[in-house]
Unconditional design. Sequence first.
Length: 221
Amino acid sequence: MTPPLTVTTGAGSVRAARVIVTVPPPSASHIDFGELLPERRNRVHHNTVMGEVYKAVAVYETPFWRDHADAEIILLGETGFAVFDSSPPDGPGHLTILIGGPDARRVEPLGPTERRDLLLGALAPHLGDDISRPASWHDKLWRHAPFVGGGYASLPTLGTSDGFYPVAHEPVGGIHWAGTETATEHAGYIEGAIESGERAALEVAAALTDPEQRARVPGAR
């Protein structure tokens, strides 16, 4: 019989028969599990790192570029990036820009205005000078996001054999593991996160069919 678990946060403590951890493995390394985890699980937490992704969205009154150009572009160069026309069907023009890895780190020291001018200036020869004058600009360095530390998923540390997809997710005591890295299909994507959540929920539901486990869940009947 699995003993009950206590989850303690800044908002208080909760006791439960089962717990699902959904944060990426590198983020889980900052959770104090006490002595609950075996060495193989600790290795997954400490031998993985978050990827590096920068994302920006430029907003325009209309997707004017469609009159003369396709905005699905991959630019190669000192700062390479991908561009996608993410405009809603009947709404304003949206261009989504994605930069990964070393190139994302290269633009990190720049301010938002400098990043905007650099990236949209590189697009101007392809989409016209008006592309440099968006109505608004929104960008995100995922490495700076609290409780995330990068994007869009974790990666194995060089030289280790831990953290390859799907990341090991066998339950440890009453702890179950979800998150896109654990998905057997579409790992690293939202589809993988959904798949992993469904799988973890089914694991917990199966575990709680044990009457003794159900009796240990506060409020369970």
